[in-house]
Write a protein that binds this ligand. Structure first.
Ligand code: GLN
Length: 499
């Protein structure tokens, strides 16, 4: 039998429909792959074996009745969720000591939809603590390692979600992206990662970082698999008033991909390519990808984003301010590490927060509380909101001239553990991803092969006009056709992995 863990959504569905294998066998293969590989990768914080087997039995029952289509787009597909997504009965720790013993009493809409669509839920995935970070090194439970090079970070904050897919331990995973946390790890791990337009996916049940910036999206090894996942999780949810129904046919966009790119206008931003800190190998890949899109019949146009320079500063004001407000609930009374050995409430708060939060979470909370304090917020918070308007307008104007923008995802390939120890340096690595969250647009990463200097995966970012996420899937499909579909990282794809 071919290796189930290297299959995509369509192959799994066909295999199930034709009775080549059962969903139970798929679930077993995934659980075995995790048992065998996760000791070295550490993508999972919790494995939900009984939920996986139960879901598999539901799929097998549907297959027996020839009702797989009714089940939904992810029938029999091994899925897993970032640990900031509530799933009833699982721990949802956000990789923080603060929530180490918290068990979800309910399920996030995105998780529920993936399960209702037939997904086999394997478990919860490691992340930077409360999604603060770009490397998964801030997890209180130890970092995740990059399946392409175990000495290197997988990116972050959804590092576990990216690594699980890259190591062939899941077919589709969900992550969240507040400033790049889907797109950057997808780039580091050589997989597809989609951050939809703000409002496409419900945030209900996802622990909030920056409520006006957060968006859930899928990781997968192919653009088509990501489209199946989007088909499952997108749409209005009465429990999240910012979510919308758009009825986008993601799959048709992918199928038309390579053909429909003919005549599409793809924007290039000169300033991005000249940005300080952009490595040569990433620049080369952007140029090469531009050439491939041109060959496929796209029209390449130059566009301007005049306020791009201000995006990082605006993000590192707005992000911490929203995080500070959102994290106020972790006070050991409503949520959080209970420590009741204190005479007064403020002593209890202090002890709980001192022990519960790691250094980066404390940094963000302190920053947010300072930035929002009387006399300070008009100097930082208001101007940052004004910059947000300018950046949003830049994108609206740029998209008058093009249908999608091609940009770097990360300035460089995966770095080594501990290599970036200065927080400000780490923040700078988000330079190409944060503007998209500020403007609310959709952005996705698609792998374009290995860098000429480091030999590690490089992803390029495609950005779409708001709610025209199908545009970026078309461009991604065309690039995938030119570069080939992403595969499981070599260390986990061959005989070494026991196949
Ligand atoms: N790296 C960015 C940060 O640390 C983005 C994180 C995210 O998207 N969750 O804030």
């Amino acid at each position: 039998m071919p290796d189930i863990m290297q299959m995509g959504v369509r192959q799994i569905r066909e295999g199930l429909a034709e009775g080549e294998f059962s969903a139970r066998e798929v679930a077993r293969a995934a659980l075995d792959a995790i048992a065998e590989r996760d000791g070295s990768v550490h993508a999972f914080l919790e494995i939900t074996e009984s939920q996986a087997l139960e879901a598999a039995d539901r799929v097998d029952a549907a297959a027996a009745q020839r009702a797989l289509d009714e089940l939904g787009p992810l029938a029999g597909v091994p899925v897993a969720f970032k640990d900031n997504m509530n799933q009833e009965g699982t721990h949802t720790t956000c990789s923080s000591r603060m929530l180490e013993s918290y068990v979800s009493p309910y399920t996030a809409t995105c998780v529920q939809r993936a399960i209702d669509a037939g997904g086999i839920p394997l478990g919860k995935l490691n992340m930077d603590e409360f999604a603060f970070g770009s490397s998964t090194e801030t997890s209180a439970f130890g970092p995740t390692r990059n399946p392409w090079d175990l000495e290197r970070v997988p990116g972050g904050s959804s590092g576990g979600s990216a690594a699980a897919v890259a190591a062939g331990m899941a077919c589709v995973t969900l992550g969240s992206d507040t400033g790049g946390s889907i797109r950057q790890p997808a780039s580091f791990c050589g997989v597809v990662g989609v951050k939809p337009t703000y409002g496409m996916v419900s945030r209900y049940g996802v622990v909030a970082f920056g409520s006006s910036l957060d968006q859930v999206g899928p990781f997968a090894r192919s653009v088509e698999d990501a489209a199946w996942a989007l088909q499952a999780i997108c749409g209005h949810d009465p429990r999240d008033c910012t979510s919308q129904d758009l009825d986008i046919d993601f799959l048709s966009a992918v199928r038309e991909g390579a053909q429909s790119i003919r005549g599409m206008r793809v924007g290039i931003v000169k300033e991005f390519l000249e940005a300080k800190g952009l490595s040569d190998e990433v620049r080369e890949k952007i140029q090469e990808a531009t050439g491939k899109l041109c060959d496929a019949g796209a029209e390449i146009v130059e566009v301007q984003l005049p306020h791009a320079d201000a995006a990082i500063s605006a993000y590192y004001v707005l992000g911490p301010c929203e995080a500070f407000s959102n994290l106020a609930r972790f006070d050991s009374v409503r949520y959080g590490l209970a420590d009741h050995g204190h005479k007064d409430l403020s002593g209890q708060y202090e002890a709980s927060r001192a022990a519960g939060f790691g250094a980066e979470a404390k940094r963000r909370i302190l920053l947010g509380s300072y930035l929002l304090s009387a006399g300070v917020y008009d100097t930082y918070y208001y101007p940052a909101q004004q910059v947000r308007t300018l950046i949003t307008r830049d994108y609206v104007q740029a998209f008058e001239k093009c249908d999608a923008i091609l940009a770097p995802a990360s300035p460089r390939t995966a770095f080594k553990f501990g290599e970036i120890s200065d927080p400000a340096q780490m923040y700078l690595s988000d330079i190409f991803t944060v503007p998209i969250n500020i403007a609310g647009n959709g952005g996705m990463t698609v792998p374009v092969g290995l860098g000429s200097q480091t030999g590690l995966p490089v992803g390029v970012q495609i950005i779409a006009p708001q709610f025209k996420d199908a545009n970026m899937l078309r461009v991604a499909a065309a690039l995938e056709q030119a570069y080939g579909t992403a595969s499981v990282a070599p260390e986990f794809a061959g005989e070494k992995a026991g196949e």
